[in-house]
Design a protein around this ligand. Structure first.
Ligand code: ZN
Length: 145
C-alpha cells in the first residue's frame, strides 16, 4: 500500500492551465511550480502544456507545440522592475493589454484607466503583463518610441 501511494503522479497543469485544486491537495505552492518551469528553461507559463508532480517529488513538464504557445505569466522574480513588474489590485492600468495573474496565470485583457481587480479564480492581487517572449518585451521597452 505504501508503494502504491508513493508511486502516484499528480497532474498540476493540463492544456496550459494550472489545476489549483490538485496543487492545493499536493501542497504545491504556485512559486514552486513557477520555479520548476524556470529551471528547465521556460520563460513564461504559456509555453507549458502539462506538468506533473512525480513520485520523486520533482515536477516534470511538457512544452506546448510552437503553434499552441499563448501569452502567459513571465517567470521573473516578483520584485522585478520595468515593463514586466507586478501590479497590485486597485492600481490603475497605465498600459492596456493582457495581464496574467501571479497566482494562477489566468490572462485577462485590461484597458487603460481601469483598476486591476483581484483574480476571480484564485483571488490573488498581483498581476504582470502576459507575454509571448520575455526578451522581446524587455527590449521593446528600452527602445525609443
Ligand atoms: Zn489567479
Amino acid at each position: 500500500m505504501q508503494d502504491f501511494l508513493q508511486a502516484r503522479v499528480a497532474r498540476l497543469v493540463c492544456d496550459g492551465g494550472m489545476d489549483l485544486d490538485v496543487m492545493r491537495e499536493e501542497g504545491i505552492a504556485c512559486l514552486e511550480l513557477f520555479g520548476a518551469q524556470k529551471t528547465i528553461g521556460f520563460e513564461h507559463l504559456g509555453e507549458v502544456e502539462r506538468a506533473y508532480l512525480e513520485p520523486s517529488s520533482k515536477i516534470g513538464s511538457f512544452k506546448q507545440p510552437a503553434s499552441h504557445v499563448r501569452t502567459g505569466l513571465p517567470l521573473l522574480p516578483e520584485r522585478v522592475e520595468g515593463p514586466l513588474r507586478p501590479h497590485r489590485s486597485v492600481k490603475i492600468v497605465l498600459s492596456g493589454g493582457s495581464y496574467a495573474c501571479r497566482g494562477c496565470d489566468r490572462p485577462v485583457d485590461f484597458v487603460f484607466g481601469r483598476t486591476f481587480p483581484p483574480c476571480p479564480v484564485c483571488h490573488r492581487e498581483m498581476r504582470a503583463r502576459a507575454v509571448i517572449n520575455v526578451h522581446e518585451t524587455l527590449c521593446s521597452a528600452m527602445r525609443p518610441q
